[in-house]
Design a protein around this ligand. Structure first.
Ligand SMILES: Nc1ncnc2c1ncn2[C@@H]1O[C@H](COP(=O)(O)OP(=O)(O)OP(=O)(O)O)[C@@H](O)[C@H]1O
Length: 595
C-alpha cells in the first residue's frame, strides 16, 4: 500500500510505503482492547488502508488531513482514536464537550452519532455523546449540553447558534476542547458553512487536535486546512483526487445497458424480476416523480421497494435509511437531485446544500445530500435508472456499494440522450476505448429476448395515478413521522412501527404480473438468473437472519458478475449462456478493468 504522507511544511509530499499491508491489525496500530472487542462484535477485524495509516498518527496526537475514496472507512479512522483519547483524559468536570465532530448534513450527523453511541455502548465506557440539530428547540440544546457530554456531533451552523445563544461559552470551549473533527470536509464549505466555521475558529484552543476527513481534494479542503489546522499530516490514498486516479473502488464492477428512455422501466423490471442483479439494490432517479413512478410500477409486479427523497419529512428519511440498513427491504429508490428548498432557511443543510453565489459552481452538490457520506449498508448493486448529471455525481452514487472490503456492481441504463454525459463519465474515469481498458462494460446477463418477453406485461403507469399515490404517500409519511417522533424517543431501535415499503397502490398486484412464467424465459436468462441465485445463496443472501441486520459472509470470488470478465463471458457462452448478438448495447466486447 502506498500512501502519500506529508507535513504542512512547504516540503513536497513524500511517498511512503506502509509496512506489510497484510500484517497490519488493529492491535498493531495500538488500539485499545475495548475498541478492538467492540469492532469484533461488529465483525470488523482488519483495518482498511486509511485506518492503518491514520489511526497511529491520530493516537500520537497529530493533526491529520485524510483524503480517501468514498467507502474507505474514514469514519472509524477518526472515531476509534478519538474515543481512545477520551478514554485516557483526566476525569474533570468540563463545561463544554472534549470532542466536537462537525458534519454537513443531519443525515450524516445521525449516522456518526449512531456509530459513536454504539461503540461507547459496546466498550462499556462512561462517555456521553449528544447530537444537536437545527430542528431541535433551543431549550433541548441546553438540556442536551447540560448533561455535560464528552462528545458533540453536529453541524457548523448549530455550533454557531450555540455560541450566539450562549448555550456554549467560548471560554468553556477553550478550556475543554481537545479534539475537533471536520468530516466530509470537502462538502462543508460548499454547503455554505464557511461563516459558521469562522465563528468557531477563534475559540479553538492551540492544544486542540484537529482532523479533517474528505473523499476528494479541492480548493475548499485547502481553505479549511488553512483555517483550522496548524501542523498537519496529509494522508492521501493514491486513488483519490486526480481525475486520472482511480476513483471507483476496484471491488466494484461497472456495467451499462443501452436502451431508449421510454424502455427504462421495462429494463429495470427485467433486471429485478429475472433476478439478474444481487440484492440489496439502490436505484437512482433524477426526479422525485420518476422515483414514485418506479415504485408504483414495480409494485404492479409484486416487487416491494421504498423511496428516499428530499420531499419526505426528515424523520421518515432517517427511518427509511435505518430500515434499509437493517435489511427490512431490498430495493431503495433514491432521488439525489431536488428542487426543494425546504432546509435553506433553518440554518442547516439536509438534502439540499445552501447555495451561495460563490459556490454556484457546485451545481452537482445538490446530488450529494442523499448520496455523499451516507452509509447504505450491504448494497450490492447500484442502478442508475437515470444517468447522473455529472461525473462526480456518478462517482458518489457508485460509491454507495463496494464499501470497505465488500464487493459490488453498478448498472447504468443509458438512453441516446444521455450518451454525452455517459462519455463524459467514462473519460472522467480514465476510460479510453483505444487502450482497450473499458471500465464500464456492457452488461452481459440481460438479453434482448428476455426484455421483450416482459414488454407486453409492462403496462405504463399513468401520470395521474402517480400523482395521487405520491400525495397519499406523503400524507402517510407525515403522519408516521409525527407518531414516530414520540415513539422513537422511547424505542429508538424499534423498526416495526413503520413500513416504508408499504404499497402505494390499493390494488394487490395481479397474479399473472407477480410471477414470470417459465415459457417466457430464454435459456440464457434462465442460466444467468440461476447463477445469480446460486451466488446469492453462497453469499448467505437468502438467510433470513440477514433481514435482521446480521452481516453476510465473505462475498469474495462468489459474485457471478465477477466471473463475467472477458474470459468468464466466453466460458459462459461455451457453457450454453448464449449471448444475444448486439443485445441492445451494440457491443460485445468485455474489456478488462484498468488497475
Ligand atoms: N476495517 C473495516 N472492515 C470492514 N468494514 C469496515 C471497516 N471500516 C469501516 N467499515 C465499514 O465500511 C463502511 C464504510 O465506511 P465509512 O462510512 O466510514 O466510509 P467513508 O470513507 O467515510 O465513506 P464516505 O466518504 O462515503 O463517507 C461502513 O459500513 C463501515 O462500518
Amino acid at each position: 500500500m502506498t500512501l502519500s504522507l506529508a507535513e504542512t511544511t512547504e516540503k513536497p509530499p513524500k511517498e511512503i510505503e506502509s509496512e506489510d499491508e497484510e500484517e497490519q491489525t488493529f492491535e498493531s496500530l495500538g488500539l485499545d482492547g475495548r475498541l478492538i472487542r467492540a469492532l469484533n462484535k461488529k465483525k470488523i477485524d482488519k483495518p482498511t488502508p486509511i485506518q492503518q495509516v491514520a489511526i497511529p498518527l491520530i493516537l500520537q496526537g497529530k493533526d491529520v488531513v485524510a483524503r480517501a475514496k468514498t467507502g474507505s472507512g474514514k469514519t472509524f479512522a477518526y472515531l476509534l482514536p478519538l474515543l481512545q483519547k477520551l478514554f485516557t483524559l483526566e476525569p474533570k468536570k468540563k463545561l463544554a464537550p472534549s470532542a466536537i465532530v462537525l458534519v454537513p448534513t443531519r443525515e450524516l450527523s445521525q449516522q456518526v452519532y449512531t456509530e459513536v453511541s454504539s461503540l461507547i455502548e459496546l466498550c462499556r465506557v462512561p462517555l456521553k455523546v449528544v447530537q444537536l440539530t437545527s430542528s431541535m428547540p433551543a431549550p433541548d440544546w441546553r438540556t442536551a449540553l447540560a448533561a455535560l457530554p464528552e462528545i458533540l456531533v453536529t453541524t457548523p451552523a448549530c455550533v454557531k447558534k450555540c455560541l450566539s445563544d450562549g448555550v456554549l461559552q467560548p471560554t468553556s470551549i477553550d478550556e475543554s476542547l481537545e479534539i475537533l473533527v471536520l468530516d466530509e470536509a470537502d462538502l462543508l464549505l460548499s454547503y455554505g458553512y464557511e461563516g459558521d466555521i469562522k465563528a468557531l475558529t477563534p475559540h479553538i484552543p492551540k492544544r486542540c487536535q484537529c482532523l479533517l476527513m474528505s473523499a476528494t481534494s479541492s480548493d475548499d479542503v485547502e481553505k479549511l486546512k488553512k483555517l483550522i489546522l496548524h501542523n498537519s499530516y496529509i494522508l492521501t490514498l493514491p486513488e483519490v483526487g486526480d481525475i486520472k486516479d482511480e476513483v471507483i473502488p476496484k471491488n466494484v464492477q461497472q456495467f451499462w445497458i443501452s436502451c431508449s428512455a421510454r424502455d427504462k422501466l421495462l429494463y429495470i423490471l427485467s433486471l429485478l424480476k429475472l433476478e439478474l442483479v444481487q440484492k440489496k439494490v439502490l436505484i437512482f432517479t433524477n426526479t422525485i416523480d420518476m422515483g414514485f413512478r418506479l415504485k408504483l410500477f414495480l409494485e404492479k409486479f409484486g416487487i416491494r421497494s421504498a423511496v428516499l427523497n428530499s420531499e419526505l419529512p426528515q424523520n421518515s428519511r432517517l427511518h427509511i435509511l435505518e430500515e434499509f440498513n437493517a435489511g427490512l427491504f431490498d430495493y431503495l429508490i433514491a432521488t439525489d437531485t431536488s428542487k426543494s428548498k425546504e432546509n435553506e432557511d433553518n440554518g442547516e443543510s439536509s438534502i439540499e446544500p445552501k447555495k451561495s453565489k460563490k459556490h454556484a459552481k457546485h451545481k452537482a452538490d445538490s446530488e450529494f445530500g442523499v448520496v455523499r457520506g451516507i452509509d447504505f449498508k450491504n448494497v450490492h448493486t447500484v442502478v442508475n435508472l437515470d444517468m447522473p448529471q455529472s461525473a462526480e455525481g456518478y462517482v458518489h452514487r457508485i460509491g454507495r456499494t463496494g464499501r470497505a472490503y465488500s464487493t459490488g456492481a453498478s448498472i447504468s441504463l443509458v438512453s441516446p440522450d444521455e450518451m454525452a454525459i455517459f462519455e463524459e463519465i467514462k473519460s472522467f474515469l480514465g476510460d479510453d476505448e483505444k487502450d482497450d481498458s473499458n471500465l464500464i462494460a456492457p452488461f452481459p446477463l440481460l438479453t434482448k429476448n428476455a426484455v421483450e418477453s416482459l414488454r407486453y406485461r409492462a403496462e405504463s403507469v399513468t401520470k395521474i395515478a402517480v400523482r395521487e399515490s405520491r400525495a397519499q404517500d406523503l400524507r402517510n409519511e407525515i403522519l408516521n413521522s409525527e407518531k414516530l417522533k414520540a415513539h422513537f424517543e422511547v424505542n429508538p431501535r424499534d423498526l416495526d412501527l413503520l413500513k416504508h415499503d408499504k404499497a402505494l397502490s390499493k390494488k394487490p398486484p395481479a397474479p399473472h404480473l407477480r410471477d414470470v412464467p417459465d415459457y417466457l424465459l430464454d435459456a440464457t436468462t434462465k442460466e444467468a438468473s440461476k447463477t445469480v441465485k446460486l451466488a446469492r445463496a453462497a453469499m448467505g443472501n437468502t438467510n433470513p437472519a440477514r433481514r435482521h441486520g446480521f452481516k453476510r459472509k465473505s462475498k469474495k470470488n462468489k459474485d457471478p458478475l465477477k466471473t463475467f470478465t472477458a474470459e468468464g463471458h466466453k466460458r459462459a457462452r461455451r457453457g450454453g449462456m448464449k449471448q444475444e448478438g448486439k443485445d441492445g448495447n451494440g457491443n460485445h466486447r468485455q474489456k478488462k478493468r484498468k488497475t
